[in-house]
Design a protein around this ligand. Structure first.
Ligand SMILES: Nc1ncnc2c1ncn2[C@@H]1O[C@H](COP(=O)(O)OP(=O)(O)OP(=O)(O)O)[C@@H](O)[C@H]1O
Length: 439
């Protein structure tokens, strides 16, 4: 790369503070990505933004860098709120803010469901500079605490909706309205919306007033310039498979020479499927963990830690893991069940092939999924290839025998432990706080 182009492309030239450029460089982040180049200067100008760019393209730094730059000019008081749909994603973003701002003694409060409300209230009273939250839990604090806990939210300068498309769906309407109700009016704060799938709902946000002769809101979509909605480094395949042998095919793929060392996320549509698969694969000596909404938060956090540290090689997950999670080592995503919403495929598959790395997504397609796959192909503007790896029937039959026995044992154990009953109790307990809990 020539010296001249380097000058025009680094973070300093976009207006990012020197200390932050250094912090980014220590994380080996030196050249801004397209979304960062487009958004950072305009956010620094004080404008609102809708930032749409593919999974793994660096959207977090696209909003974090300008906010942290502005904050460091006067690092007092509560500065910004980042809302995001899942607890694990909130944890990841809070960690990123903390790491980037550590040289400036940044205080970041994590406000998510499943953790101690009292401790969070104390943390809020310590006047953090940034809050990273799931809407349900922040709404709870706003509704139930006084000004000493949430009063400083009245002065925040930035509101970020990360994964904005899902935050603008009905699931979050009530909690989001409560969160926004305590903030300064929208003209007096900056509103930053980011997602890999810009929906009509996101686009339909009204233009805010002008600032310095420019519309306050600008919209930047990488996808509109490049119609394929998934990373170029992502290989997408499908495998036609009868419903009753899905487990055997999965086991065979995960233990085949090609994938036996791969770090993989297996997406399922229901928590019960996640639990059965986790137990079955564990019986078969696969290093496996799971992540779904019916697990206690501590177990969820532990599972993700184990997977990030490669203590578990396979993560069985519902869509609580489909958004935003950044685990660079993931090489394979299996859509074991296909979601009815094609955008969900984009987010799930986007857990691999991040930041220019290669990765692979396989869709298991039963007869009833064919129309869903066609809808995904239209949405991503790309045809999937057929997956060719597991067509040896003798091998599959052998796998099927082992897997059937392991599954039978798993089901028996679950029955003994009253898994279904525990889910009902958890559902009741969780019913009070509405977070991203469709799965
Ligand atoms: N300019 C950069 N150069 C190199 N790596 C980067 C750069 N910006 C971000 N990254 C890294 O790329 C990875 C993906 O970034 P990030 O998690 O922000 O993606 P995203 O666009 O928010 O994805 P998703 O839509 O899945 O949430 C992270 O590991 C991040 O540290």
């Amino acid at each position: 790369m020539s010296g001249a182009s380097k000058v025009s492309e680094d973070f300093s030239s976009l207006g990012v503070s020197k200390w932050l450029v250094e912090a980014l460089r220590s994380m080996k982040i030196a050249q801004p990505t397209a979304i960062q180049k487009a958004c950072i200067p305009r956010i620094l100008e004080g404008r609102d933004c809708i930032g749409g760019a593919k999974t793994g393209s660096g959207k977090t730094i696209a909003f974090a860098a300008p906010m942290l730059t502005k904050w460091s000019e006067d690092p007092s008081g509560m500065f910004g709120v980042v809302l995001t749909p899942t607890r694990e994603l909130a944890m990841q973003i809070a960690e990123q803010f903390t790491a980037l701002g550590s040289s400036m003694n940044i205080r970041v409060a994590l406000v998510v469901g499943g953790e101690s409300i009292v401790e969070q209230a104390l943390e809020l009273q310590r006047r953090p500079h940034f809050i990273v939250a799931t809407p349900g839990r922040l709404a709870h604090h706003i509704t139930n605490s006084g000004d000493d806990t949430v009063g400083s939210l009245k002065r925040v300068k930035y509101l970020v909706l990360d994964e904005a498309d899902i935050l603008l769906t009905e699931t979050f309407t009530e909690a989001l309205a409560t969160c926004v109700s305590i903030l300064p009016p929208k003209e007096r704060r900056q509103n930053l919306l980011f997602t890999a799938t810009v929906t009509d709902q996101v686009k339909s946000l009204q233009n805010a007033p002008t600032i310095q002769g420019k519309p306050k809101l600008f919209s930047y979509e990488v996808e509109s310039m490049d119609k394929v909605a998934i990373p170029a480094t992502l290989k997408t395949t499908y495998l036609l498979v009868p419903e009753q042998v899905k487990e055997a095919y999965l086991y065979q793929i995960l233990t085949s020479a090609m994938y036996s060392e791969s770090s993989a996320i297996i997406f399922v549509n229901r928590t019960i499927t996640a639990e059965i698969l986790r137990r079955t694969l564990k019986q078969l000596d696969v290093r496996v963990a799971s992540l779904h909404s019916q697990m206690p938060q501590q177990e969820r956090t532990n599972s993700l830690h184990r997977f990030r540290a490669n203590a578990a090689r396979v993560l069985i997950a519902t869509d609580v893991a489909s958004r935003g999670l950044d685990i660079p080592t993931v090489q394979l995503v299996v859509n074991y069940d296909i979601s009815a919403n094609p955008d969900t495929f984009i987010h799930r598959a986007g857990r691999t092939a991040r930041a220019g790395r290669s990765g692979e997504s396989i869709c298991f397609v039963t007869q009833r999924d064919v129309s869903r796959i066609e809808a995904i192909e239209v949405r991503i503007n790309k045809k999937m290839d057929e997956f060719i790896n597991v067509h040896d029937t003798a091998v599959i039959r052998k796998a099927l025998n082992k897997v059937t026995a392991a599954k039978r044992e798993s089901l028996m154990a679950m029955e003994k432990e009253n898994f279904g009953e525990r889910r009902k109790v958890n559902n009741k307990k969780n019913g009070k706080e509405k977070t991203y809990r469709r799965n």
